[in-house]
Design a protein around this ligand. Structure first.
Ligand code: GRF
Length: 216
């Protein structure tokens, strides 16, 4: 069974979605550890309560981004994961860190990339007046919120939306597509090859089938 390490900075609802998928027998992975750069992250407490090993490395205790990323990689590698899952991990990563985990580092971002990288994606989508918004799971590159796309989910933007209603609609989809992407990786059906995402052939049809479920 593939081993994963999950990195969180806060609430940890995407991590919880993975724990739930695993408990339901839908995510064949060993969650080896949950690591945070914030000692007070709620996600750490949730993981510990679920009996998962947790570690916290306070980024403020390190003199430079390089020093922190070096310590973080050492902490992650103690668990020898096949895949590192960024789940609301609010740090810009150094190119060396990203290179070290090339092809085994996933992130989720709350927009349809390449639109709206960075912060405040839902408010920016509202300000731009887009009619379709969503979320993206991608392999990580050294560029912020950028990289080969694994799966995306789209939601409508309603005239009645404010930032919180739109965020909630997108978050429901995050909790569906992120465990799905990790499941594909765990089953050996997803990989990065020459900078491009490769999904086992039959999954292309599965992806198309996800779309009708996304209207809500
Ligand atoms: C999610 O919206 C995720 O897309 C973004 O940060 C948020 C984290 O939420 N990267 P949670 O900690 O998983 O609840």
């Amino acid at each position: 069974m593939k081993k994963i390490v999950i990195l969180v900075s806060g609430r940890g609802s995407n991590m919880e979605a993975m724990l739930a998928a695993r408990a339901a027998g839908q995510l064949p992975v060993e969650i080896a550890a949950v690591i945070s750069n914030r000692p007070d992250a709620k996600g750490l407490e949730t993981a510990a309560n679920a009996g998962i090993a947790t570690r916290s490395l306070d980024h403020k205790a390190y003199a430079s981004r390089e020093d922190f990323d070096h310590a973080l990689a050492a902490c992650i590698d103690e668990f020898s994961p096949d895949l590192v899952v960024l789940a609301g991990f609010m740090r810009i990563l150094t190119p060396d860190f990203v290179r070290h985990y090339e092809g085994r580092l996933l992130n989720i971002h709350p927009s349809l990339l390449p639109s709206f990288p960075g912060l405040h994606t839902h408010q920016r989508a509202l300000d731009e007046g887009v009619r379709i918004h969503g979320c993206t799971v991608h392999f990580v590159t050294a560029e912020l919120d950028h990289g080969p796309v694994v799966i995306q989910a789209a939601v409508p933007v309603l005239d009645s939306d404010d930032e919180s209603t739109l965020a909630a609609r997108v978050l429901r989809q995050e909790h569906s597509i992120y465990p799905q992407a990790v499941r594909w990786f765990a089953e050996g059906r997803l990989r990065l090859e020459g900078g491009k995402v490769r999904l086992a052939a039959e999954l292309v049809a599965d992806c198309a089938l996800i779309a009708p479920q996304l209207a809500g």
